[in-house]
Ligand binder design. Structure first.
Ligand SMILES: O=C(O)CCC(=O)C(=O)O
Length: 320
């Protein structure tokens, strides 16, 4: 599953490449089952408390969350809390992050030492849901500025087939070439957003993909996703990797991340735990056990490491 020379060339020139069939759909079954279980547990709890009188227990994975959230819109965060924003730390996400075929591709771009970046996400994009639409941004908009010139590789993996109808990703080819673009806080859905006027001129490209294909993106490639106009949830994973020279928080204590600390000494994204996946020179650093991964992630969440942010202006204060 290494990238071919042509795939690497496209990644370098355009800032992205889609590789087909990197993760066989059967290898994604465990994470889908685990996510279904988390949702089931939340729904059962809310039904037990009397909040829900309908649980849609027979609906398939792709549909159930959409039915629940349509019926109980005030409980969306109650149901999804344990899986949103890197909060899902179960063995299945660890096995996805360390999938051998995926890592072969990652190695082609990152090199033999592979650090799992703290920022991985499970994304259930609900039908016609404001927060599911992610406006134009570069991932570096979320990272500290001293990481702008380094590669933090995003691997975006759909858990169901995606197209423009259910909210596939769009990218702007070549947008990674001119560094960081101005972002605003408080954009669509509460995300960071690049204003339309600031976007590079190249035409955005939609990327329809099959389950288990992988989109590789640089942290400076502008990308977005729009409304899911179907009845099913567009589930996806975005996983990130970097080499050991890119700042990380491995071996650090979250309590050492304070407002007094100089941001240039911090990990690219301080508040969540980075971890060593492969280190041929020091294999004893590698995290091989899902329970160790889980413990590291939870320790960082509990420690509430400080993130100084980048000082982006709020969108409503934008000068036109
Ligand atoms: O999954 C989406 O719709 C957006 C993903 C994204 O913006 C990202 O992976 O950085």
């Amino acid at each position: 599953m290494s990238l071919t020379r042509a795939e690497r060339k496209q990644f370098d020139e355009d800032g992205y490449v889609v590789k087909r069939g990197v993760v066989p759909p059967a290898d994604l079954t465990p994470i889908k089952a685990a996510l279904a279980e988390v949702i089931d547990a939340q729904v059962e709890r809310l039904a037990g408390e009397g909040t829900f009188d309908e649980t849609f227990a027979d609906a398939p994975f792709e549909r159930r969350l959409a039915l629940i959230c349509e019926r109980y819109p005030d409980s969306v965060w109650d149901v999804m809390g344990p899986i949103f924003s890197g909060r899902f730390t179960g063995p299945e996400i660890f096995h996805s992050l360390t999938h051998p075929g995926l890592l072969s591709s990652v190695e082609s771009l990152v090199g033999p030492t592979i650090i799992g970046s703290s920022v991985y996400r499970v994304r259930p994009k609900l039908p016609s849901w404001d927060r599911g639409e992610v406006p134009w941004h570069q991932d570096s908009g979320y990272f500290l500025a001293h990481c702008d010139d380094m590669l933090v590789l995003t691997c975006w993996i759909p858990l169901i087939d995606v197209d423009e109808g259910n909210g596939c990703l769009f990218v702007i080819p070549g947008s990674h070439r001119d560094g960081i673009i101005r972002h605003y806080t408080g954009g669509h859905g509460g995300y960071l957003e690049i204003a339309d006027d600031d976007l590079p001129g190249a035409k955005p490209v939609p990327l329809p993909m099959r389950e288990g294909d992988v989109l590789f993106l640089t942290n400076l490639t502008a990308h977005a996703s729009f409304e899911n106009r179907t009845e099913d949830v567009r589930w996806s994973l975005d996983l990130r990797y970097q080499d050991d020279a890119v700042p990380n928080n491995i071996g650090e204590d979250p309590s050492d991340y304070t407002p007094e600390r100089d941001p240039v000494t911090m990990a690219c994204h301080p508040p969540e735990a980075d971890f060593v996946i492969r280190d041929p020179q020091r294999p004893e650093r590698e995290v091989r056990d899902a329970s160790v991964f889980h413990e590291m992630r939870e320790r960082f969440f509990a420690g509430r490491a400080y993130h100084p942010g980048r000082g982006w202006t709020p969108l409503h204060e934008r000068e036109r």
